[in-house]
Write a protein that binds this ligand. Structure first.
Ligand code: WT7
Length: 653
């Protein structure tokens, strides 16, 4: 269990009590903890009945008769888009759903009524292509409002969407489309990124050579560059929706019908299709979005600066905020384009009140310097959020002082693709925060830090993070692989959900999440499996063997470092080093490009032949090597250590 580094994470003596502005709600929110603790099923059922408009209200709460295949509100009927759009029209159809800011500077404002019409037209268009309830639709787009429209159009007609992050490669599209046998692929001609175009349609064209299940490809025109359109297969979005009615009867969905699948990295090379169903997921995201961000839908301008291609965007750009009739900002591009004050200029322009972003971004802002936020009036902000990786106290304090003007509470939210919604977080107005701690489980959620035997550890100790009771937005399974679902999440300790994170409980029972303890890396808040990168590397003709580790990195939390043994007869060179790094980026996507590759004649293995990743990680982090007596060939370590020192020297030069 990784417990080095705890000391510099812990600042248990620095307390940030609730601010005056929020104090008024403290009593009401504190009561929620009691309610959740007394009966978590009753608590969530109340949330489900109060926050969702049902066609048929559920009588059931939790069905645990076939654990760990839990069901929630199973006899209820609803449609997610009715809840996210239709029911708001009467009260506020003219209210802005999305203030969208394009990277080149173009902007659009989309009201709830316009969203209703756009979603319905596309939903009708999808039906005209033969898409029906239960069909799978893959979506590979940039951050345009139409990405949300595409997801919602699927949900409208009961099709299951699977969003593929626009930074992934053609091969990643193939894996994901093939796994679900998606019938339709929705994409854009291209996406803007730092002033240049990512060729999304071109990647789809390459992918579609190997995805026989895809019958049609719908293409939204964003960047206007030339793309090839295959007759009979490819259709322009604008042609598909032209003439379609802006009314579309929503499909009546069962509470446990599949809403979407989102792939995430696990400990093998094959990504897992995480399954989320209709009512439990919507209950989870609507409740947590309202509570954790203290949403005042009349006045807030909320901005989750994540990408919709990840779960953060699914839950807290699309489904949660829309269910709560919130006005959101969506920004298409990167925070440093055209200048490093882009985020702050958008906050000033739209009067953003709530900002939710990742520690990696915050550390980049710190590095760029306070001059950028100082150029803008950020006083509209009243609440800040953090997600995706542990936030180091330095970054927390910087965020608090320079972005939050020392008055905005910070919610450090721990959750996962699998959990669907926020699990561990302060509630603004109730929780005294400590920089670097996600504090404690929210109402209705029960988290525990346990030891090897699955027993809760004492305050002051570290262990494994688990969730001890089921919750509505939990994953239902892994697409097509129930066995892997049981094995990955429910087999470490009987009855406990295994999060894969290490954590420490402090003397006040606050949780400090320390990061992954499995072979999953967290690079800039994105999960990448060591095995995925290793298998990409060994697919190159020059590579005999590869071992990949996440090394500590000041900016991105972790960075990918690869140790590579070349095939005999292949000479190492800087060109080959570059080529291999590019190769990984082509295979998986630019986010998986190793920061450095170290050539080594051998890899350190235990006597049983397992690569000693911990040792490699320690070497990268420059730690002491600890016990290496199980090494088959101790010389390998000496070689690697020397090469790592060399690589570091040349990095510094
Ligand atoms: C992993 C889940 C949840 C949306 C984004 C990531 C790490 C997430 C925190 C946090 C410390 C965090 C964990 C977790 N993580 N939030 N507040 N503090 N670590 O979703 O890609 O499924 O990754 O991200 O290691 O297991 P994901």
């Amino acid at each position: 269990m990784a417990d080095s580094g705890i000391e510099n994470l812990l600042h248990e003596d620095r307390l940030f009590p609730p601010s005056e502005e929020f104090a008024a709600q403290a009593t009401a929110q504190a009561a929620l903890y009691d309610e959740g603790e007394a009966d978590f099923v009753a608590y969530w059922k109340r949330q489900a009945l109060e926050r969702i408009t049902w066609y048929k209200e559920p009588t059931e709460g939790l069905d645990d008769s076939n654990a760990p295949f839990y069901k929630w509100f199973a006899d209820g009927e609803l449609n997610v888009t009715f809840n996210c759009i239709d029911r708001h029209l009467e009260k506020g159809g003219d209210k802005v759903a999305f203030h969208w800011v394009g990277e080149p500077g173009d902007t659009r404002t989309i009201t709830y009524r316009e969203l209703y019409e756009d979603v319905n037209r596309l939903a009708n268009g999808l039906r005209s292509l033969g898409i029906e309830k239960g069909d799978r639709v893959a979506i590979y787009m940039g951050m345009v409002p139409e990405l949300a429209v595409a997801m919602l159009a699927c949900a409208r007609i009961g099709a299951v969407h699977s969003v593929i992050f626009g930074g992934f490669s053609a091969e990643s599209i193939i894996d994901r489309v093939e796994d679900m046998k998606s019938k339709l692929l929705i994409t854009c001609d291209g996406a803007w990124r730092r002033g240049s175009v990512v060729p999304l349609k071109e990647n789809c064209d390459i992918a579609m050579e190997s995805t026989p299940s895809v019958e049609h490809c719908v293409v939204y025109k964003r960047t206007n560059q030339a793309v090839s359109m295959t007759e009979g297969r490819d259709i322009w979005w604008h042609d598909l929706v032209a003439g379609e009615s802006s009314e579309c009867e929503p499909e009546v969905m069962g509470a446990e019908d599949l809403l979407y699948v989102l792939y995430t990295s696990g400990t093998t090379a094959k990504p897992k299709g995480i399954m989320h169903t209709t009512a439990g997921y919507l209950t989870g995201v609507a409740t947590t979005h309202a509570l954790v961000f203290d949403i005042k839908s009349e006045t807030d301008v909320y901005w989750c600066a994540a990408d919709i291609g990840w779960v953060t965007g699914h839950s807290y750009i699309v489904y949660g905020p829309l269910a709560n009739h919130t006005t959101s900002v969506i920004y298409e591009g990167t925070p440093d384009y055209p200048e490093k004050d882009r985020l702050w200029s958008i906050i000033e322009e739209y009067g953003v009140t709530i900002l939710y972003t990742a520690p990696t971004a915050i550390r980049a802002f710190m590095k760029w310097g306070v001059e950028y936020p100082e150029r803008h009036d950020l006083t509209s902000l009243r609440l800040l959020g953090s997600v995706g990786e542990p936030i180091n106290p330095e970054a927390w304090i910087w965020y608090h002082e320079n972005i939050g003007g020392t008055v905005c509470p910070i919610v450090d939210t721990w959750w996962q693709t699998e959990t669907g919604s926020i699990m561990i977080s302060p509630l603004p107005g109730v929780t005294t925060t400590k920089p670097g701690s996600a504090t404690k489980a929210i109402p209705g959620i029960t988290a525990a830090v346990v030891n090897e035997e699955g027993e809760p550890v004492d305050p002051g100790s570290g262990g494994f993070l688990t969730i001890t009771e089921p919750w509505p937005a939990m994953l239902r399974s892994i697409y097509g692989d129930d066995e892997r679902y049981v094995e990955t999440y429910w087999s470490q300790h009987a009855g406990l959900y295994w999060a894969g994170d290490g954590a420490k409980l402090d003397e006040d029972n606050y949780l400090w999440i320390l990061g992954r303890i499995d072979d999953v890396m967290n690079i800039a808040g994105h999960r990448i499996s060591t095995m995925e990168v290793e298998s990409a590397l060994v697919s190159h003709a020059a590579v005999a063997e590869a071992a990949v580790v996440g090394a500590t990195d000041d900016l991105t939390g972790q960075a990918i470092v690869s140790f590579v043994t070349l095939r005999s007869g292949v000479d190492e060179s800087d060109e080959l080093n570059d080529e291999l790094r590019k190769h990984v980026a082509t295979k998986i996507g630019p986010i998986a490009r190793p920061k450095s590759i170290i050539f080594t004649p051998d890899l350190p293995k235990t006597r049983s032949g397992k690569i000693m990743r911990r040792l490699l990680r320690d070497i990268c982090d420059n730690r002491s090597l600890g016990d290496i007596t199980t090494l088959a060939d101790a010389d390998v370590v000496a070689t690697i250590t020397a090469q790592q020192a060399e690589a570091r020297r040349s990095d510094e030069e």
